[in-house]
Design a protein around this ligand. Structure first.
Ligand SMILES: Cc1cc2nc3c(=O)[nH]c(=O)nc-3n(C[C@H](O)[C@H](O)[C@H](O)COP(=O)(O)OP(=O)(O)OC[C@H]3O[C@@H](n4cnc5c(N)ncnc54)[C@H](O)[C@@H]3O)c2cc1C
Length: 464
């Protein structure tokens, strides 16, 4: 059963002021923030451990104007960050929400670091596509698992209630959309009804539902799913049943660098620092530097739905900072070749077209030619032997469309008015990535998870 039930049909075993569904970055941020505001909170998580998409991620969170940036001498501002988001999405976003999230981004990063004890530092080694300043903050090994570990550690330290193996299957709400509680299914099939004064939907989007992906985003349905399978679109289904406004349902975070057949994402720094992608004919097929999200569908359009990411020793060394890349090395996804001939042999790519492609890229790097695909190669550095290569495919990481929310993370009805006690953030809410794949700017996922999660927790506590 997955829907909205009448409150009179509930058999509440108890009630909490603030109930949160989902224990990823959004849910735990909401719980910590509700606790900051003095409210009792209970988090429901369907899995046996709190991981979600967040634990699979690189865990990088943007903050514009943070103290970490100031310490590194980087000048940034919310206005500059908002302008980057608007440029990446062509302005097809909720401008007020973008301005708000940019404004609170640094405070959110500092709150996570200072109040929630997440060990964050600035990533100052490369710029993600679309960001005009280095503003990503990450844990020591740059992993979402560390981020989740720190958030969960803080939840435990404060003694907040987190109920695992507790899948919310239905909401109890009256006809004006006021939520009274949630039905929870336990692993043995039994049900419990838990009442609440306010509910936070932090159960992400619908990437784990092949049917919903096919319905809303058919272009990525054939891509490899590399996200959290437990995210079945429950928030969106409940919201729709309540009469909530949905937006940007085609939006998603894709990735054009998932090691094919290995399930290891190759950090996009390999492209930012000068790497390229070729298809099995040894030819480039898209401007890789636009961003990793939109590159996914371009790869899926290539023969065999694969491409080869090509980079070199300099880039390989720069990427060692990241756990994900060390995982890729351990999984033996990365081919090493001392010469062009060896590269062709080890990858199976045809030598002459490959040589021509690399010669062309070298000429574009020297500024002697312009790229017919539109990439500016003059900033990335020259590719030179020894080479590294990874066979990659296009992937779906998570969806970015969902429930429309305001700056306080209140879920909005179709007429634009907020529901009385319903909040959402992270992948459950409409993001700031525009209508498709190309508007996703690195960090959009965790910014909306943590900043909207924090706002939701605070707002929900205010009703408690
Ligand atoms: C490989 C990868 C790398 C990424 N890197 C970055 C990055 O560096 N920076 C960035 O900003 N974003 C990144 N992202 C995106 C980012 O991970 C997500 O945007 C973010 O984690 C979403 O957080 P969330 O809390 O909304 O969802 P999640 O972390 O997925 O948490 C949702 C939780 O809800 C639970 N749940 C679902 N349904 C129910 C239910 N009915 N009842 C109870 N519980 C339920 C799920 O089990 C899950 O634990 C990356 C994603 C991937 C896959």
């Amino acid at each position: 059963m997955n829907g909205v039930l009448r409150p009179q049909d509930a058999e509440f075993i108890g009630a909490v002021p603030v109930l949160v569904i989902g224990a990823g970055a959004c849910g735990l941020s909401a719980a910590l923030s509700a606790d900051d505001a003095g409210a009792e909170v209970l988090v429901l998580e369907r899995d046996a451990s709190a991981m979600g998409t967040t634990a699979m991620s690189t865990g990088l969170i943007p903050g514009a104007g943070s103290r970490f940036q100031r310490a590194a001498g980087i000048e940034d501002s919310p206005e500059r960050f908002a302008a980057d988001v608007l440029a990446k999405t062509g302005g097809q976003v909720d401008h007020a929400l973008v301005a708000h999230l940019a404004r609170v981004s640094a405070a959110t990063v500092e709150w996570l670091a200072d109040d929630c004890r997440v060990p964050l530092s600035l990533v100052d080694t490369f710029l993600y596509p679309g960001h005009s300043r280095m503003r990503m903050h990450g844990t020591p090994n740059r992993t979402g698992a560390e981020l989740m570990g720190a958030l969960q550690g803080e939840v435990e330290r404060r003694g907040l209630d987190l109920l695992l193996e507790a899948r919310a299957t239905a909401l109890f709400a009256d006809s004006d959309g006021r939520v009274h509680g949630v039905r929870v299914q336990r692993p043995d099939g039994s049900h419990e009804d838990i009442g609440c004064n306010a509910l936070v939907l932090a159960c992400c989007g619908f990437a784990g539902s092949p049917e919903l992906v096919q319905r809303y985003i058919p272009e990525i349905a054939s891509g490899t799913f590399f996200g959290h399978p437990g995210n079945k679109g429950d928030a969106i289904l409940w919201g729709s049943a309540l009469g909530a406004r949905l937006a940007d349902m085609h939006a998603y975070q894709g990735h054009g660098g998932l090691a094919a057949g290995q399930g290891v994402p190759i950090l996009w720094a390999h492209i930012v620092l000068g790497g390229i992608q070729v298809n099995t004919a040894g030819l480039r097929f898209a401007n890789e530097a636009r961003g990793y999200s939109e590159q996914a569908v371009d790869i899926l359009a290539q023969p065999g739905h694969v491409a080869w990411s090509l980079f070199d020793e300099r880039i390989h060394e720069a990427m060692r900072e990241f756990d994900d890349y060390r995982d890729a090395l351990e999984a033996r996804c990365v081919v090493q070749a001392d010469t062009l001939e060896a590269l062709a042999e080890r990858t199976g790519l045809p030598l002459e077209p490959l040589r021509e492609t690399l010669d062309e890229v070298a000429a574009m790097t020297r500024g002697e030619r312009t790229d017919p695909l539109g990439r500016d190669f003059t900033t990335g550095g020259t590719l030179s032997p020894p080479y590294r290569a990874v066979r990659v495919t296009g992937a779906l990481f998570h969806t970015q469309g969902g429930l429309e929310v305001d700056e306080q993370a209140r879920v909005l009805r179709e007429d634009g008015t907020p529901f009385p006690n319903l909040f959402a953030g992270g992948g459950a809410a409409r993001g700031i990535s525009g209508p498709g794949a190309s508007g996703y700017l690195a960090g959009n996922g965790l910014l909306t998870a943590t900043a909207l999660g924090r706002a939701a927790g605070r707002g929900a506590a205010g009703l408690g």
